[in-house]
Ligand binder design. Structure first.
Ligand SMILES: [Zn+2]
Length: 252
């Protein structure tokens, strides 16, 4: 099918693309993935994301601080990343991914530190009026409580409960459906219950491939027929709506 789509979240700077990064990017672009949003997760990947955005006018960067690394990272390093975000905020379309990950981190001290650092990231998004991209694995409810008052929020790769998802939608936030929807029943349930007006789609490449091996932005197209069937809506309509939502979510 001949419609355009956006991959609202990927990591094209990761080592898995070292051998064929440009080819992968062009493969997506030529197949009608008209925009890719590359998410940083730490100092190095934030810098890489800015580089990619500079090199390709159809790639945008968000500057993040992954909650997974927070418990083991010293405060000086964390402050360096926060300062990097502020310094480069004009070159990025959003802040994130950042948030909470209570799947990998189950001890109280680590959770507390994630929460404190996330609050600092929220304050930056708020202060500079930037869209916040949330990674909220097993902490979706708390992440919502902490960001309820922000204007533009995207819950990336959402995998939480349907109930919390409805609260997220009620708060006016966006929910991004990953290519996991191609094979995960829970993500199919999410896509089915998520209003199309609040839906973004993403690959989270190189992770969570709907095919064998590495995921890449062109595979975002795989999710469109699946979502189309779940929502009993034309594929072109799904592509158009998720594209417009992404543009609105990031004020593009
Ligand atoms: Zn990601």
């Amino acid at each position: 099918m001949n419609y355009e789509v956006i991959d609202s979240h990927c990591h094209l700077d990761f080592p898995k693309f070292n051998k064929d990064r440009h080819e992968t990017i062009m493969r997506a672009k030529e197949s009608g993935v008209v925009l890719m949003i590359n998410s940083g997760i730490d100092y190095k990947t934030n810098a890489n994301s800015l580089e990619l955005a500079k090199k390709y006018d159809f790639i945008h960067a968000t500057l993040g601080l992954s909650p997974q690394m927070v418990p083991e990272t010293n405060n000086e390093r964390i402050n360096q990343i926060l300062a990097q975000m502020e310094r480069n905020v004009d070159k990025a379309i959003g802040i994130g991914e950042a948030g909470l990950d209570f799947y990998y981190c189950t001890d109280e001290a680590g959770k507390q530190k994630q929460k404190e650092v996330f609050q600092k990231v929220i304050d930056i998004a708020d202060q500079y009026n930037k869209t916040l991209v949330i990674h909220g694995r097993d902490g979706e409810e708390l992440a919502l409580e902490m960001t309820r008052d922000l204007d533009r929020v995207v819950f990336h790769c959402y995998g939480g409960t349907i109930e919390t998802m409805k609260d997220i939608v009620d708060a006016g936030h966006y929910v991004s459906v990953p290519t996991l929807v191609c094979f995960s029943d829970h993500h199919k349930e999410i896509a089915k219950n998520l209003p199309l007006e609040n839906m973004l789609i993403e690959t989270d490449s190189p992770f969570l491939s709907p095919r064998k091996g590495r995921n890449e932005p062109v595979f975002v197209r795989d999710s469109v027929p699946v979502i189309s069937q779940l929502k009993e809506t034309d594929e072109a309509e799904i592509a158009k709506a998720t594209m417009q939502n992404t543009l609105r979510a990031f004020e593009l």
